[in-house]
Design a protein around this ligand. Structure first.
Ligand code: FE2
Ligand code: FE2
Length: 311
Protein backbone atom coordinates (compact mmCIF):
# COMPACT_ATOMS: atom_id res chain seq x y z
CA UNK A 1 0.00 0.00 0.00
CA UNK A 2 1.90 3.02 -1.24
CA UNK A 3 1.08 6.70 -1.02
CA UNK A 4 2.64 9.69 -2.79
CA UNK A 5 1.74 13.11 -1.43
CA UNK A 6 2.74 14.77 -4.74
CA UNK A 7 0.40 12.51 -6.67
CA UNK A 8 -2.36 13.01 -4.12
CA UNK A 9 -2.07 16.81 -4.38
CA UNK A 10 -2.34 16.57 -8.17
CA UNK A 11 -5.21 14.11 -8.19
CA UNK A 12 -7.33 15.22 -5.23
CA UNK A 13 -10.80 16.30 -6.29
CA UNK A 14 -14.40 16.05 -5.20
CA UNK A 15 -15.93 12.62 -5.55
CA UNK A 16 -17.14 12.17 -9.14
CA UNK A 17 -20.86 11.46 -9.12
CA UNK A 18 -21.30 11.50 -12.90
CA UNK A 19 -23.70 8.81 -14.00
CA UNK A 20 -25.13 8.03 -10.56
CA UNK A 21 -28.83 7.19 -11.06
CA UNK A 22 -30.16 9.77 -8.62
CA UNK A 23 -33.58 9.42 -10.28
CA UNK A 24 -33.73 5.83 -9.02
CA UNK A 25 -33.10 6.58 -5.35
CA UNK A 26 -36.77 6.13 -4.43
CA UNK A 27 -37.18 3.00 -6.56
CA UNK A 28 -35.52 0.86 -3.88
CA UNK A 29 -36.38 0.86 -0.17
CA UNK A 30 -33.99 1.72 2.64
CA UNK A 31 -34.63 0.23 6.07
CA UNK A 32 -34.77 2.25 9.28
CA UNK A 33 -31.32 0.91 10.12
CA UNK A 34 -29.93 2.03 6.75
CA UNK A 35 -31.37 5.50 7.28
CA UNK A 36 -30.04 5.69 10.81
CA UNK A 37 -26.52 4.84 9.58
CA UNK A 38 -26.71 7.29 6.68
CA UNK A 39 -27.61 10.18 8.98
CA UNK A 40 -24.80 9.23 11.37
CA UNK A 41 -22.30 8.96 8.52
CA UNK A 42 -23.38 12.24 6.94
CA UNK A 43 -23.06 14.09 10.25
CA UNK A 44 -19.59 12.71 10.84
CA UNK A 45 -18.41 13.50 7.30
CA UNK A 46 -19.74 17.02 7.82
CA UNK A 47 -17.95 17.26 11.14
CA UNK A 48 -14.48 16.99 9.54
CA UNK A 49 -13.77 20.78 9.56
CA UNK A 50 -14.25 20.84 13.34
CA UNK A 51 -12.06 17.80 13.77
CA UNK A 52 -9.51 19.62 11.63
CA UNK A 53 -9.73 22.66 13.90
CA UNK A 54 -8.43 20.43 16.70
CA UNK A 55 -5.50 19.24 14.63
CA UNK A 56 -4.44 22.64 13.40
CA UNK A 57 -3.51 23.71 16.94
CA UNK A 58 -1.23 20.73 17.51
CA UNK A 59 2.44 20.20 16.84
CA UNK A 60 1.49 17.63 14.18
CA UNK A 61 0.89 20.62 11.89
CA UNK A 62 4.55 21.57 11.87
CA UNK A 63 4.81 18.97 9.13
CA UNK A 64 4.12 20.51 5.67
CA UNK A 65 3.35 17.10 4.16
CA UNK A 66 0.64 16.61 6.74
CA UNK A 67 -0.86 20.07 6.18
CA UNK A 68 -0.85 19.53 2.40
CA UNK A 69 -2.70 16.27 2.93
CA UNK A 70 -5.20 17.88 5.32
CA UNK A 71 -5.97 20.67 2.84
CA UNK A 72 -7.06 18.14 0.18
CA UNK A 73 -8.57 15.64 2.61
CA UNK A 74 -10.90 18.21 4.17
CA UNK A 75 -12.23 19.15 0.71
CA UNK A 76 -12.84 15.54 -0.28
CA UNK A 77 -14.67 14.78 2.98
CA UNK A 78 -16.92 17.80 2.42
CA UNK A 79 -18.29 16.17 -0.74
CA UNK A 80 -18.87 12.86 0.99
CA UNK A 81 -21.23 14.58 3.43
CA UNK A 82 -22.87 16.64 0.67
CA UNK A 83 -23.63 13.60 -1.46
CA UNK A 84 -24.97 11.45 1.36
CA UNK A 85 -27.24 14.41 2.24
CA UNK A 86 -28.33 14.66 -1.38
CA UNK A 87 -29.28 10.99 -1.44
CA UNK A 88 -31.29 11.33 1.78
CA UNK A 89 -33.09 14.42 0.46
CA UNK A 90 -33.91 12.63 -2.79
CA UNK A 91 -35.21 9.68 -0.79
CA UNK A 92 -37.73 12.12 0.68
CA UNK A 93 -36.17 13.01 4.02
CA UNK A 94 -36.37 16.74 4.31
CA UNK A 95 -33.72 18.80 6.05
CA UNK A 96 -31.64 21.81 5.28
CA UNK A 97 -28.02 20.63 5.23
CA UNK A 98 -26.54 23.89 6.50
CA UNK A 99 -29.03 24.07 9.35
CA UNK A 100 -28.37 20.47 10.33
CA UNK A 101 -24.60 20.99 10.36
CA UNK A 102 -24.98 24.18 12.42
CA UNK A 103 -27.24 22.35 14.90
CA UNK A 104 -24.78 19.48 15.34
CA UNK A 105 -21.99 21.96 16.06
CA UNK A 106 -24.05 24.17 18.37
CA UNK A 107 -25.02 21.11 20.40
CA UNK A 108 -21.35 20.40 21.15
CA UNK A 109 -21.17 23.61 23.15
CA UNK A 110 -18.48 24.21 25.73
CA UNK A 111 -17.13 20.65 25.50
CA UNK A 112 -15.73 21.42 22.04
CA UNK A 113 -13.57 24.29 23.33
CA UNK A 114 -12.27 22.22 26.26
CA UNK A 115 -11.41 19.45 23.84
CA UNK A 116 -9.44 21.80 21.54
CA UNK A 117 -7.48 23.18 24.49
CA UNK A 118 -6.64 19.75 25.89
CA UNK A 119 -5.58 18.42 22.48
CA UNK A 120 -3.38 21.47 22.00
CA UNK A 121 -1.78 21.17 25.44
CA UNK A 122 -1.33 17.39 25.08
CA UNK A 123 0.34 17.72 21.71
CA UNK A 124 2.88 20.25 22.91
CA UNK A 125 3.70 18.21 25.99
CA UNK A 126 4.07 14.91 24.14
CA UNK A 127 6.78 14.80 21.53
CA UNK A 128 5.25 11.73 19.90
CA UNK A 129 1.71 13.08 19.79
CA UNK A 130 1.77 12.75 15.98
CA UNK A 131 2.15 8.99 16.22
CA UNK A 132 -1.11 8.76 18.16
CA UNK A 133 -2.95 11.15 15.90
CA UNK A 134 -1.76 9.38 12.73
CA UNK A 135 -2.71 5.95 14.11
CA UNK A 136 -6.16 7.23 15.04
CA UNK A 137 -6.45 8.68 11.53
CA UNK A 138 -5.69 5.25 10.06
CA UNK A 139 -8.25 3.54 12.32
CA UNK A 140 -10.92 6.14 11.56
CA UNK A 141 -10.48 5.94 7.79
CA UNK A 142 -10.41 2.16 7.81
CA UNK A 143 -13.49 1.93 10.03
CA UNK A 144 -15.28 4.43 7.80
CA UNK A 145 -14.67 2.44 4.65
CA UNK A 146 -15.49 -0.82 6.45
CA UNK A 147 -18.73 0.77 7.63
CA UNK A 148 -19.61 1.89 4.10
CA UNK A 149 -18.97 -1.62 2.74
CA UNK A 150 -21.18 -3.07 5.47
CA UNK A 151 -23.94 -0.61 4.65
CA UNK A 152 -23.74 -1.52 0.95
CA UNK A 153 -24.19 -5.15 1.96
CA UNK A 154 -26.99 -4.51 4.47
CA UNK A 155 -29.03 -2.13 2.33
CA UNK A 156 -28.72 -3.83 -1.07
CA UNK A 157 -29.63 -0.42 -2.52
CA UNK A 158 -28.00 -0.05 -5.96
CA UNK A 159 -27.78 3.76 -6.03
CA UNK A 160 -26.37 3.86 -2.51
CA UNK A 161 -23.91 1.15 -3.51
CA UNK A 162 -22.74 3.20 -6.48
CA UNK A 163 -22.27 6.35 -4.38
CA UNK A 164 -20.57 4.64 -1.43
CA UNK A 165 -18.25 2.62 -3.68
CA UNK A 166 -16.94 5.88 -5.12
CA UNK A 167 -16.53 7.41 -1.65
CA UNK A 168 -14.73 4.26 -0.46
CA UNK A 169 -11.99 4.89 -3.06
CA UNK A 170 -11.26 8.24 -1.41
CA UNK A 171 -11.30 6.66 2.05
CA UNK A 172 -8.75 4.07 0.91
CA UNK A 173 -6.35 6.82 -0.11
CA UNK A 174 -6.88 8.57 3.23
CA UNK A 175 -6.24 5.32 5.05
CA UNK A 176 -3.05 4.73 3.03
CA UNK A 177 -1.72 8.17 3.97
CA UNK A 178 -2.41 7.80 7.68
CA UNK A 179 -1.21 4.22 7.90
CA UNK A 180 2.06 4.88 6.08
CA UNK A 181 2.72 8.08 8.03
CA UNK A 182 2.01 6.35 11.35
CA UNK A 183 4.27 3.46 10.37
CA UNK A 184 7.08 5.84 9.50
CA UNK A 185 6.76 7.65 12.84
CA UNK A 186 6.54 4.47 14.90
CA UNK A 187 9.30 2.47 13.18
CA UNK A 188 12.33 2.12 15.45
CA UNK A 189 10.78 4.51 17.99
CA UNK A 190 9.90 2.51 21.09
CA UNK A 191 8.84 5.58 23.10
CA UNK A 192 6.31 6.52 20.44
CA UNK A 193 5.10 2.92 20.25
CA UNK A 194 4.51 2.77 24.00
CA UNK A 195 2.64 6.07 24.04
CA UNK A 196 0.56 5.07 21.01
CA UNK A 197 -0.43 1.74 22.52
CA UNK A 198 -1.24 3.28 25.88
CA UNK A 199 -3.42 6.00 24.35
CA UNK A 200 -5.25 3.67 21.96
CA UNK A 201 -5.99 1.15 24.71
CA UNK A 202 -7.35 3.81 27.06
CA UNK A 203 -8.41 6.95 25.22
CA UNK A 204 -9.46 5.82 21.74
CA UNK A 205 -13.17 5.83 20.88
CA UNK A 206 -14.89 4.80 17.61
CA UNK A 207 -15.19 7.41 14.90
CA UNK A 208 -18.05 9.80 15.65
CA UNK A 209 -18.23 9.24 19.41
CA UNK A 210 -18.35 12.60 21.14
CA UNK A 211 -20.42 14.11 18.38
CA UNK A 212 -22.76 11.13 18.76
CA UNK A 213 -23.77 9.52 22.07
CA UNK A 214 -22.65 6.08 23.23
CA UNK A 215 -26.07 4.70 22.36
CA UNK A 216 -25.91 6.11 18.84
CA UNK A 217 -22.43 4.64 18.34
CA UNK A 218 -23.75 1.29 19.59
CA UNK A 219 -26.76 1.46 17.27
CA UNK A 220 -24.46 1.84 14.28
CA UNK A 221 -22.20 -0.98 15.50
CA UNK A 222 -24.96 -3.50 16.15
CA UNK A 223 -26.84 -2.71 12.96
CA UNK A 224 -23.80 -2.99 10.69
CA UNK A 225 -21.58 -5.52 12.40
CA UNK A 226 -23.52 -7.72 14.80
CA UNK A 227 -23.42 -10.83 12.61
CA UNK A 228 -20.73 -13.32 11.71
CA UNK A 229 -19.46 -11.43 8.68
CA UNK A 230 -19.57 -8.09 10.48
CA UNK A 231 -17.57 -9.40 13.43
CA UNK A 232 -15.05 -10.98 11.08
CA UNK A 233 -14.62 -7.67 9.26
CA UNK A 234 -13.91 -5.84 12.50
CA UNK A 235 -11.39 -8.47 13.61
CA UNK A 236 -9.72 -8.11 10.23
CA UNK A 237 -9.67 -4.34 10.68
CA UNK A 238 -7.99 -4.71 14.07
CA UNK A 239 -5.52 -7.11 12.47
CA UNK A 240 -4.53 -4.50 9.89
CA UNK A 241 -4.00 -1.82 12.56
CA UNK A 242 -2.04 -4.39 14.56
CA UNK A 243 0.55 -4.38 11.78
CA UNK A 244 1.71 -0.94 12.89
CA UNK A 245 4.90 -1.12 14.96
CA UNK A 246 4.06 -1.66 18.63
CA UNK A 247 0.37 -2.42 18.05
CA UNK A 248 0.50 -6.18 17.51
CA UNK A 249 -2.67 -7.91 18.72
CA UNK A 250 -4.49 -4.68 19.55
CA UNK A 251 -8.29 -4.88 19.79
CA UNK A 252 -10.21 -1.73 19.02
CA UNK A 253 -13.26 -2.01 16.79
CA UNK A 254 -13.98 -5.60 17.81
CA UNK A 255 -13.76 -4.52 21.46
CA UNK A 256 -16.24 -1.70 20.75
CA UNK A 257 -18.64 -4.22 19.16
CA UNK A 258 -18.40 -6.60 22.13
CA UNK A 259 -19.01 -3.71 24.55
CA UNK A 260 -22.06 -2.64 22.51
CA UNK A 261 -23.35 -6.23 22.60
CA UNK A 262 -22.97 -6.29 26.38
CA UNK A 263 -25.03 -3.12 26.73
CA UNK A 264 -27.74 -4.60 24.47
CA UNK A 265 -27.69 -7.79 26.53
CA UNK A 266 -28.30 -5.80 29.72
CA UNK A 267 -31.05 -3.78 28.05
CA UNK A 268 -32.46 -5.32 24.84
CA UNK A 269 -34.08 -2.01 23.88
CA UNK A 270 -30.68 -0.27 24.00
CA UNK A 271 -29.53 1.08 20.60
CA UNK A 272 -32.34 -0.61 18.66
CA UNK A 273 -34.92 1.81 20.07
CA UNK A 274 -33.08 4.69 18.33
CA UNK A 275 -33.38 2.88 15.00
CA UNK A 276 -36.99 1.81 15.55
CA UNK A 277 -38.08 5.27 16.70
CA UNK A 278 -36.38 6.84 13.67
CA UNK A 279 -34.29 9.07 15.89
CA UNK A 280 -32.06 10.53 13.29
CA UNK A 281 -33.19 14.11 13.42
CA UNK A 282 -30.86 16.54 15.15
CA UNK A 283 -32.63 18.56 17.78
CA UNK A 284 -31.99 22.30 17.72
CA UNK A 285 -29.67 23.35 20.53
CA UNK A 286 -31.29 24.42 23.80
CA UNK A 287 -28.85 27.27 24.27
CA UNK A 288 -26.83 29.24 21.73
CA UNK A 289 -29.44 29.48 18.96
CA UNK A 290 -27.87 28.73 15.61
CA UNK A 291 -28.88 32.19 14.35
CA UNK A 292 -26.67 33.83 16.97
CA UNK A 293 -23.74 31.56 16.27
CA UNK A 294 -23.67 31.91 12.51
CA UNK A 295 -25.37 35.32 12.01
CA UNK A 296 -26.23 34.22 8.46
CA UNK A 297 -29.17 32.21 9.76
CA UNK A 298 -30.93 35.28 11.20
CA UNK A 299 -34.41 35.79 9.82
CA UNK A 300 -35.36 38.93 8.00
CA UNK A 301 -31.89 40.42 7.61
CA UNK A 302 -31.32 41.62 4.11
CA UNK A 303 -27.77 41.44 2.77
CA UNK A 304 -26.29 44.87 2.10
CA UNK A 305 -25.22 45.33 -1.51
CA UNK A 306 -21.48 45.86 -1.73
CA UNK A 307 -20.32 48.27 -4.40
CA UNK A 308 -17.09 47.74 -6.23
CA UNK A 309 -14.44 50.09 -4.93
CA UNK A 310 -16.00 50.38 -1.47
CA UNK A 311 -13.20 50.04 1.07
FE1 FE2 B 1 -15.34 10.51 4.09
FE1 FE2 C 1 -11.78 9.84 4.81
Amino acid sequence: MSFSIERYKEESRKVDVTGIRWDEVTAHPLSKGDLFCLHYMMDIENHVPLYLSHLLVTRACMDPILTAFLACWNYEELWHGENIGRLLNLYGIEFDTQERIANVRANLGFQNSVSILSTMAGSWMLKDFSAVYLSIGAINELSTLTGYSALIRKSGHPVLKDLLSRIIKDERRHYAFYFNSAKEWLSGNSKAQKLDRWMLDRVWVPVGQGVKTQEEVDALAVYLFDDEQGEEELLELDGKIGKLPGLAGIKLMSKALYAARERVKRNPRWAWRLIENEEWAVKPPKKSPVGELTTRRSQGVEAEPVEAGTP
